[in-house]
Design a protein around this ligand. Sequence first.
Ligand code: APR
Length: 308
Amino acid sequence: MKISVIGAGNVGATAANVLALKNFAEEVVLLDIKEGVAEGKALDMMQTAKLLHLDTRVVGVTNDYSKTANSDIIAITSGMPRKPGMSRADLVGVNSKIVQSVMDAALEYSPEAIFLIISNPVDTLTYLALKNSKLPRHRVIGMSGLLDGSRFEYYLADAIGCPISDIDAMVIGAHGDLMVPLTRFASYKGIPVTEYLSPEKLQEIEHATQVGGGTITKLLGTSAWYAPGAVTATMAEAIAKNTHKTLSCIALLDGEYGEKDVCAGVPVVLGRNGIEKIVELPLNEREKDLFNKSVNSAKETNAKLKNL
Ligand code: APR
C-alpha cells in the first residue's frame, strides 16, 4: 500500500505522521512545492520509527510527482488555510487552482489512485476535482463529515461527562456553518443523547460544532490540523484495509437526498474501491430542510468556479 500526501503543511504533515503511526502502509510520500520542507518533515518522522516501532517508510519530495507513482491513495492537502474572520469559501480562488494542478500532476503518475480532497472549500474542491479529472465518483472523496462528527462527539462527551469512545454521532451537509449535526441519531452507548442533555444544551453543542473550525482558527490564527490530519489518515485506513466502515464523507450526489450534481457530506461505506455505497438516512422533514439549505451553500460556492 502506497499513499501520497500532497502538501506538507500542518494538515498534510500530520496526516503523514498519523499514517505512519497507524503502521499499515508500506510507503507514505509527502510532497510539497516548498523546497526541502517535505524532506525535512519526513526525515524527522523517520527518526521516530525505532522509538515508536514503525515500519512505514515516509519519503519527502519537493514537487517531484514521479516519486508518487502508483500510489493507491492520494490525499490533497495543498492550499491556503483560513485566517481568523475568513470563511472557507473565501479560499476558493486560490485553492481551486492549486487543487486542479496538483490533481492533474498526481493522476498522471497514479492513474488508478483514490483521491481524498482535504483543501477548502472542500465540498466545492471535491466537485472541481471530480469534474476536472472525469474520474468516477467512488474515487474522489472529500474530507469533512468525519471531522465535524469528531468535533460533535467531543462536545457531547464533554457535556455528558463520559468517554468520547462511548459517543456515536454524525454530521452531514456542506463543510460550513450550515452543516447539520444529527442530534436525533446521536447516542451514548446506544441511548439517545436527548436522554442526558437538555434541548438548550444540545442546541449550544450543535452551534459549537458548526463553528468548530472557526473557533480553533480564532485561537491559532490559522486553521486546525491535528483532527483534520487524523481524519485524513482514518479515511485512508478504511480504504486501504477495506473495512467497509460507514463514515461521513463528501460524495458527489446523484439523486441521493434529493440532490444532484453537487458534492456534500453524507454517510458512505468506505472500502478498497473508495465509496462503496452512499447510505441514505431516514431524515425527518426538518433535517431534510436543513440538509438542503446546507447543500445550497455549497452550490453557491460551486457557482463561483465559473468566474475564476
Ligand atoms: N503543490 C504542493 N504543495 C503546495 C502547493 C502546490 N501547488 N501550493 C501550496 N502547497 C503547500 C504549501 O507549501 C504548504 O506547505 O500546501 C501546504 C499548506 O500547508 P499550511 O499552509 O500549513 O495549511 P494547512 O493548515 O495544512 O491547510 C491546508 O487543508 O484543512 C485545509 O483549509 C485548509 O485549505 C487548507 C488545507
